[in-house]
Design a protein around this ligand. Structure first.
Ligand SMILES: NC(=O)c1ccc[n+]([C@@H]2O[C@H](COP(=O)([O-])OP(=O)(O)OC[C@H]3O[C@@H](n4cnc5c(N)ncnc54)[C@H](OP(=O)(O)O)[C@@H]3O)[C@@H](O)[C@H]2O)c1
Length: 300
């Protein structure tokens, strides 16, 4: 194994690099961590080449780039730009996890998949998954992961379905998956959406209640509701922070998956992917698909 010092260059398109991600990287074992802020897509090539040419090629496996931010598509574009900038044998590893969304989405989908299997003898394949918070980074990543597993994914627009159409088009173009945008602005629209849902991902902003107990009770087909929001009130009324498939209060068969059950898998997954970067024998390039594979192994 290379004795080179593990160095992580952390790129954020925003004003701050997330302290959460810096801590995670340090705890995973990176010895030198440098945050870069206000990074633009056009600057990635120069930054990456600056990083690779300053170390011997075999040090490339101890050099990493982390891509943060708050925009899943921009993070994936930055990741591609970083990969395209490599000049073999000069290489480095890249890991994208904007706002922790890829690892959070991976944790949520993996937990739901387990509960579906164990409590309802079902898989994601063919299951109707309804995503609230569809324009957010966690909502987008969880929708794509579920669709890649064969789920029929509906993306709920809480204000203007056009924005969700753009998200769905991007998912089709990049990952070949069909995400169906559905308007969910009025109580009637929401009731119709909930009536047909078999799984709900509540991935809206922190502290926003997405489903009340009355709405849950009217959701006759709902098998699992997962909630990533840990800030009161819960995204799904009655959700316990640590729920791992128990029946939600007031429901007869809807299982809950709570934010800290998801957060536990998210934490292990992000830590695991940082560790994979450090221990790699070849450079690795990690996105939400790698996160989902690892999250699955933690819930198994
Ligand atoms: N458990 C964990 O480990 C963990 C880790 C990371 C994040 N989280 C949580 O995951 C959630 C999503 O995070 P994010 O980074 O994806 O957030 P985000 O990018 O800000 O997205 C928030 C989403 O919520 C929607 N929204 C806002 N207000 C709403 C309302 N009143 N009704 C319905 N939808 C509404 C937004 O729609 P617009 O685009 O229309 O505003 C957007 O789609 C947050 O609750 C966050 O705290 C949990």
């Amino acid at each position: 194994m290379s004795q080179a010092t593990p160095i992580l260059h952390m790129f954020a398109p925003q004003k701050h690099m997330s302290p959460f991600d810096v801590n995670m990287a340090a705890d995973a074992g990176f010895k030198v961590i440098i945050p870069y802020i206000n990074v633009e897509l056009t600057e990635i090539t120069g930054l990456v080449q600056d990083a690779i040419f300053s170390r011997p090629p075999d040090y490339g496996i101890r050099t990493g780039v982390f891509i943060g931010g708050k925009d899943a598509l921009l993070a994936l574009d930055m990741m591609k730009a970083a990969k395209d900038a490599l000049v073999p044998p000069f290489q480095l590893s890249v890991f994208a996890d904007p706002a922790g969304s890829f690892t959070t989405a991976a944790g949520m989908v993996a937990c739901v998949e387990k509960v579906l299997k164990e409590k309802h003898s079902r898989s994601l394949d063919g299951t109707t998954v309804t995503v609230f918070g569809a324009t957010g980074v966690v909502g987008f990543a969880s929708a794509v992961i579920a669709a890649l597993e064969g789920a029929k994914v509906k993306m709920v627009a809480h204000r203007g379905v056009e924005r969700v159409f753009k998200t769905a088009e991007a998912a089709k173009e990049r990952f070949g998956v069909d995400l169906e945008p559905v308007p969910g602005e009025t109580p009637e629209q929401k009731a119709e959406i909930v009536k047909n849902a078999e799984v709900v991902f509540a991935a809206a902003a922190a502290g926003v209640q997405i489903l009340s107990t009355a709405e849950l009770q009217s959701a006759k087909n709902l098998l699992v509701a997962a909630d990533v929001n840990a800030v009161p009130p819960p995204g799904v009324e009655g959700m316990d922070l640590f729920m791992k498939g128990e029946i939600l209060p007031g429901c007869t068969r809807t299982s809950g998956v709570g934010p800290l059950a998801i957060g536990d898998i998210k934490y292990k997954t992000q830590a695991g992917l940082f560790t994979r970067m450090i221990n790699a024998t070849e450079p690795v390039h990690l996105d939400f698909r790698d996160a989902f594979k690892l999250a699955r192994s933690f819930v198994a």
